[in-house]
Write a protein that binds this ligand. Structure first.
Ligand code: DLL
Length: 433
């Protein structure tokens, strides 16, 4: 069902007008309330008066994750803290994570956007949603949670992990929809089958999967194993959280909530805007956000966008699945990890050499991470207890900094292959098919 017909089925011309109007107001606002943007615009010799329509967006500066880190924690917030009612932070970051802040109005826009997604998947107030994305600083859990309530449906705030309990409550409480990462869905599906409980005893019919890349084959597999209609949901914390785009019953690309999140595709090399249809890096401008408005935020996600009409009747443009990233970010069990973060943890500890190799794989549908690291001469020992101690130390540090655990393999000095050119520090064996 279409939740917000006015915004989801607007003529392209009306949408452009709305976006132009919102962009003008946004630029005016950030120019006066965020010194960071004022300075950037002054350096580029532009003022809010130069922005007359959405086409002028190309004149505006980009924003990157690094800008958010450089202005940690609240430097890019555009309202006083007294107006911020919620904070989230992006997962798995070093010393300075990316902190995002929401005003009351931002939360309401976010809830409505997520409700649009859930409605597009066929969800209604009669549904019960088990939300198995992590609750906490990660936007997945609470983002979906408020969307479900906004829809008027019932939410079970399961959060992630504790598979046995997830299955028991899915059986006993009878949720009709499940929201979690696609890899966890596959894992859950297998665990459900192992319990021997007949599938008819579960009422699941809708699956809401995102926060990491997945494929059409994974969709087929989840649908077959779990008996749900599986839909894609995309989003990122900097822009809002889940609910920036969503599939509809056509399952042919994800409609972008473009009255709030204006998308562009740029070339990651030249930063030029590319026409619809061409693959490049997705960039978002948050047209209505108050707490942390962002101009041309570079997501580093690679995809294409189309404005071809969709059979569902929505006119909002659609983005393809994310086909890759223009940086080296890995998503491991839903947590965003940069190899450089693991490196900085290793470098902090004097017992280790800065030679390491990360091996990422997917075993039984769950991501695994092996961290091979060289122990420094003088610390390497034949004594098992000493080596275990070192392993534990690095393991704890990685867990506390990244928020994920890895299988640590300590190796002798000089045993990791030295590179002659660009070091290959990551082997990602996951083939998404
Ligand atoms: O992952 C928000 C979210 C939660 C989306 C729950 C969907 C469901 P971050 O932790 O900031 O936010 O990570 C954002 O995850 O830039 C993409 O690289 C990746 N990502 C998110 N959704 C998808 C998806 C949440 N459907 C980063 N397909 C993004 C592929 C996705 N990648």
């Amino acid at each position: 069902m279409i939740w917000n017909k006015t915004k989801e089925c607007m003529s392209r011309e009306d949408m452009r007008q709305l976006q132009s109007e919102r962009l003008r107001k946004l630029v005016e606002r950030v120019y006066h309330s965020t010194p960071f943007y004022r300075q950037k615009m002054q350096e580029m010799d532009i003022t809010p008066d130069d922005i007359k329509s959405i086409d002028d967006i190309v004149k505006l500066p980009f924003t990157t994750k690094q800008d958010l880190r450089d202005n940690y924690p609240y430097g890019l917030f555009a309202v006083p803290m007294s107006q911020i009612v919620r904070l989230h932070a992006s997962s798995g970051t070093t010393g300075s994570p990316t902190v995002v802040g929401y005003t009351r109005r931002d939360l309401s826009v976010w809830s409505e956007s997520t409700a649009r997604c859930l409605s597009a998947y066929g969800g209604t107030s009669d549904d019960i949603f088990s939300v198995a994305y992590g609750y906490g600083l990660f936007t997945g859990g609470l983002g979906l949670h408020y969307g479900v309530e906004y829809l008027g449906a019932t939410v079970i705030p399961m959060s992630s992990g504790n598979t046995a309990k997830q299955i028991q409550l899915m059986h006993d409480f009878g949720p009709t929809a499940l929201a979690c990462t696609p890899s966890y869905a596959l894992y859950l599906a297998e665990a459900m089958a192992k319990t021997g409980i007949p599938r008819e005893e579960f009422k699941l019919r809708i699956g809401i999967f995102g926060a990491e890349p997945w494929t059409e084959n994974m969709r087929k597999e989840i649908e077959a194993k779990m008996g749900v209609d599986a839909y894609n949901i995309y989003g990122l914390s900097e822009v809002m959280g889940p609910g920036v785009s969503h599939e509809c019953e056509c399952k042919d690309g994800s409609h972008i909530i473009e009255d709030h999140f204006y998308p562009e595709i740029i070339s990651p090399d030249t930063f030029e805007q590319l026409p619809y249809g061409e693959q490049g890096e997705l960039v978002f401008t948050t047209l209505t956000k108050e707490g942390l408005p962002l101009l041309r935020y570079r997501t580093k996600d690679l995809c294409t966008i189309t404005d071809e009409p969709c059979k569902c009747g929505r006119t909002n443009v659609r983005m393809s699945r994310i086909v890759g990233r223009s940086d080296d970010m890995l998503i491991i069990r839903g947590v965003n990890v940069f190899p450089s973060q693991i490196e900085s943890v290793i470098l902090e500890l004097e017992e280790f050499e800065p030679h390491y190799l990360l091996i990422v794989d997917r075993i039984n549908n769950l991501d695994t991470l092996e961290v091979h690291v060289e122990v420094r001469d003088g610390y390497y020992s034949d004594e098992i207890s000493k080596m275990l101690e070192l392993k534990k130390k690095l393991g704890h540090r990685l867990q506390s900094v990244l928020g994920i655990s890895g299988d640590i393999k300590l190796v002798e000095p000089y045993s990791i292959k030295r590179s002659e050119g660009k070091a290959q520090r990551v082997i990602d064996k996951r083939t998404l098919n």
